[in-house]
Design a protein around this ligand. Structure first.
Ligand SMILES: CC(C)(COP(=O)(O)OP(=O)(O)OC[C@H]1O[C@@H](n2cnc3c(N)ncnc32)[C@H](O)[C@@H]1OP(=O)(O)O)[C@@H](O)C(=O)NCCC(=O)NCCS
Length: 149
């Protein structure tokens, strides 16, 4: 259950959420993305884009899917709201949605330096399966992580 938080909701992304999602991504993720990219991700798979809302949007998860596999493209929680179970709930609902749509496995890329995110995913059943050398624009490498549903 959610620690220290009662009134919040995870729901599908709506177009008007894009500015909040953009801000959280901008503040939380090293890579910078355009507003249009979020809309493209949404249009490609609307049910794979979820937001957590208290009064405002406090986090989101966005994925893509192809041929029975899904990929988590971004997951971020506003820094003032971390450690309250919001990231876990977003991930759980995303995986639930994947299962509902018959998806069999989920993968993601994470910076090799992002220890807390790697631990977060390992604690939720993901395994590191390979390394992408110099994957990010700043030259950092990524791990590919994977979970069977
Ligand atoms: C990774 C991330 C989405 C997790 O979201 P969250 O809402 O903090 O997640 P939760 O509260 O459900 O769980 C976080 C874990 O860290 C612990 N934690 C405690 N206090 C914390 C804090 N202040 N900040 C982050 N994690 C904290 C939790 O106990 C939990 O540990 P567990 O894995 O042993 O259960 C969030 O830290 C984030 O946005 N990070 C920056 C962006 C990022 O790295 N995204 C992932 C790569 S795409």
């Amino acid at each position: 259950m959610v620690k220290g938080l009662s009134m919040y909701l995870v729901r599908e992304f709506r177009e008007e959420d894009v500015y909040d999602v953009f801000r959280i991504a901008y503040e939380s993720l090293t890579e910078k993305y355009s507003l249009e990219l979020f809309m493209d991700i949404y249009y490609a798979w609307p049910s794979g884009f979820l937001v957590a809302e208290i009064k405002d949007i406090v986090g989101f998860i966005a994925g893509s899917q192809y041929n029975g596999t899904a990929r988590i493209l971004m997951l971020a929680v506003d820094k003032n709201n971390r450690g309250k179970g919001i990231g876990s709930l977003l991930l759980r609902k995303f995986l639930f949605q994947c299962k509902k749509e018959g998806i069999k496995s989920v993968s993601l890329e994470v910076r090799t330096s992002n220890k807390s995110a790697i631990d977060f995913y390992v604690n939720r059943g993901f395994q590191i399966i390979s390394l992408l050398d110099k994957y990010y624009t700043n030259g950092e490498s990524a791990y590919i992580m994977w979970k069977m549903l």
